[in-house]
Design a protein around this ligand. Sequence first.
Ligand code: EPZ
Length: 421
Amino acid sequence: MDIYKINGGKKISGDIPISGAKNAALPIIVGSLLADGTTILTNVPDLMDIRTTIKLIEHLGAKTSFDNETNTLTIDAKEIINGEVPYDLVKTMRASIYVMGPLLARCREADVSLPGGCAIGARPVDIHLQGFEKLGTDINLDHGYVKARTKGLKGALYVMPKVSVGATINLIMGAVLAEGETVLENCAMEPDVVDLGNFLIKMGADIQGLGTERIAVKGVASLKAVEYHIMPDRIEAGSYLLAGAAVRGNIRVTDIVPDHIEALLDSLKEMGFQIKTGPDWASVAPSDNLRGILVETTPHPGFPTDLQAPMMALMTTVPGISVMVEHIFENRFTHVAELHRMGAQITIEGKCAIIKGGTSLMSAPVMMSDLRAGAALVIAALAAEGETEIRRIYHCDRGYEKLCHKLSAVNADIRRVTGGM
Ligand code: EPZ
């Protein structure tokens, strides 16, 4: 298995171009199954989760070709079948559950393995299932599989009991070809949901209220295959800004939508960093007056849970006490034990992490436990003195395209080495 070797303490500086958004690309690739033509997607990041999703839709009958030089994915979804989606696929990537919407719309049935728990929390899919029941689907659980059957999806009102990105996306995909109007309340407002919605609108869907708590979808008879450019990855952009801040470098992330990372930029400003933005870029630079802050993760437009671990790595370097409160997932502090091994002073009390910042981090052998915990370790290693070895880097391969290459280009001393444990 590959590992990263990072020699920390170097000031990284320069521009980092940001790739297409993983969490928008995943549902959009699955959403292409809603039209029986050839969809062309550009700005698709070359990531493990994308490769898994391509396998998933091929399993359902789609024919694909992915050009990773131009990041263009072509999907021919003329023939789609309800090929039972196996546990092995779903357990590596929970977004597999997104196939329910398109399969129910096109085949009137969907058999998908239940995802089960994952490293960051229990992550149930009850809201997805309850929503599909409201849209006229019979749901049965059979030996770990969801067996969903419908005589034709029908529009309905569904007030989601909790804000869920995945359930909002899945139910929009179910509603676009349903008979009549669906109104979803308490929707997720994440840019990824909006990007999926814009893709569906381009295909001919009738969707109102994207980016608000109330989304209304009027079902149409059919959708046409289109060409679509995936939006930039706000979490990748945020992670590199945090890396720049942690080493007191000057980093500019380009090809982004600055509004998507407003909560992060506000937090960095509050900590004392100098932030500048342009139409499609944002930059961070250090100042002499840095201080600890309180950050709470909440659904968009609040501070994203996916930047919680990377932000915590930065907090360990900033003088004073910082507090991080994680409201979205119940077990998203697995990076803390590894940061302790690098000398970080962090105490966990329930949902809160209290970080005594400003102590210098030291290199240590550490291990990634999930994607964003992995990004936190990379940031800590860049800031630490000495050479840090990071294991299980396949987690980062799921969500950061060309991480090693992008960081080396701004002067980081990072190598990917084959053959570690
Ligand atoms: C999406 O996961 C993202 N994944 C996650 O990104 C992200 O952390 C999360 O949204 C929150 O922003 C993708 O887009 C593929 P949720 P999702 O449904 O949709 C609970 C990353 O690192 N819930 O918004 O699974 C759930 O347990 C990742 O890129 C239910 O109780 O998240 C959580 O506490 C990991 N029942 C909360 O809602 C349900 O049916 C929010 O989860 C669904 C969710």
